[in-house]
Design a protein around this ligand. Structure first.
Ligand code: ATP
Length: 326
């Protein structure tokens, strides 16, 4: 039984999600203590519980301590099995983060998950980032991952629903393709149709000016669902950037924020953006390969040290560029 300290100031939820996924994959029971201890709202939030339940469903695990506010859980995995799961945190908890907890486990045996909650949530990848930045790296390595957005759900109301289906696969080592051009998804719900157009135009204009790359934009305006909100996700190759709308923020500014961040990522050294760098580490550990980014983030450090606690070795060389390999 491994004991993992979940009290890091940054990446508290990440430690928990990754710890249970690694427990399931390595068949090593784990206790996570002092969960998000130094946060304003310490302990488990509904989205963390949902992520643990998703991993437990894919690995027939027994858990204790899975209640809101709990500071300690134990997770005893069974056998990874093909399962079709439905997970609903009952809040606008991030669907992409719940899916990311489940995915490395589910890839071993295949299966599906339908998750309710938020497709666009602050401090989290958007669902478009999952589809266009994160998943393509794994698909290129041989994973079969199908993501269907049934409803978008914007923070704080949520109400989104996403189904992800994977085939059993053992992907080849991670290798990052060169980006050719850029893509944009501009989305909204419960707002006038011109919002998605203005967001996309502002993002495309800035990217054309700054990067001189051909740019295609997809507009996804939806009528009244449970939530009101908007987002822009922009990407080139395995570098992406997201921005969320909010009341009082001009639509153009949402588009420019995502585009500016993407332009910055594209001008920086490395093959993936700083967020994808931490999200891919578990796959690097499982399948081997290499990639690089410009900054060693706290999230990447945290994921790297957790992987080594489970016996997975990742090499990280840091010069003017940060290279990860395994
Ligand atoms: N703008 C972004 N684009 C892509 N990925 C992002 C972005 N912002 C955050 N992420 C990713 O989301 C994850 C956030 O993990 P973290 O543990 O901080 O969140 P959390 O589960 O909400 O934790 P806590 O609830 O303790 O704050 C990280 O993998 C990070 O790379």
């Amino acid at each position: 039984m491994l004991t993992v300290d979940g009290s890091h100031l940054e990446g508290g939820g990440q430690i928990l999600r990754l710890a249970v996924a690694l427990s399931a994959i390595s068949a090593e029971p784990v206790t996570v203590t002092r969960i998000r201890q130094n946060r304003k709202n310490p302990g488990l939030a509904p989205q963390h519980i949902a992520a643990v339940r998703a991993v437990a469903g894919a690995s027939d695990a027994e858990c204790t301590g899975l209640t809101p506010g709990s500071r300690e859980i134990s997770f005893t995995p069974g056998r990874i099995r093909q399962a079709d799961l439905a997970i609903d945190p009952g809040t606008a908890g991030s669907i992409p983060l719940i899916v990311q907890a489940w995915l490395p486990v589910a890839l071993a045996a295949g299966g599906s998950i339908t998750v309710s909650g938020g497709t666009e949530v602050p401090w989290s990848p958007t669902i478009d980032y999952l589809e266009h930045v994160f998943a393509p790296v794994l698909r290129r390595a041989g994973a079969s991952i199908e993501i269907t957005v049934l409803d978008r759900g914007y923070y704080p109301r949520g109400g989104g629903r996403v189904r992800v289906r994977v085939e059993p696969s053992r992907p080849a080592p991670i290798a990052i393709p060169e980006g050719e051009g850029c893509g944009i998804v501009s989305s909204s719900a419960g707002l006038p149709a011109h919002v998605v157009e203005r967001q996309a135009t502002a993002a495309r204009d800035l990217l054309n000016r700054e990067l001189d790359l051909p740019c295609t934009a997809v507009l996804d305006p939806r009528g009244g669902g449970a939530s009101v909100g908007s987002s822009v996700t922009a990407w080139s190759g395995a570098k992406g950037a997201v921005a969320l709308g909010r009341r009082g923020l001009p639509a153009e500014e949402v588009g420019r924020t995502a585009a500016r961040e993407l332009a910055g990522e594209c001008r920086s050294p490395g093959t993936v953006d700083v967020h994808l760098a931490d999200q891919l580490l578990v796959y690097l550990a499982l399948y081997g390969g290499e990639y690089s980014t410009h900054t060693l983030s706290m999230h990447a450090k945290t994921a790297g040290s957790l992987l080594s606690e489970f016996g997975y070795a990742i090499r990280c060389e840091k010069n003017d560029i940060v290279r990860f390999s395994a």
